[in-house]
Design a protein. Sequence first.
Length: 84
Amino acid sequence: MDEKIEELTLLLMYLTSWEEKGFVRDENGETKEGKVRTCWKGYSFDVINKLTDENYLYFSKGKSITLTPEGEELARKLIDKYLR
């Protein structure tokens, strides 16, 4: 059940996200400016922390959080799993 909650939370985060300028890490771990997908943190902090630990979200101190490229990719796969 926990896995489904995490998947559906990530899916909702992706579906309610928007694109904006931000900072992303490239494959070498260096930070660069680019477009990121951001959403509000209106979800369980336990789930947010787990998704952050699994590298699907970037940690943020504000009211919003950013999806990692891995998080975006998984969310697109979850659309097929749950919505098609």
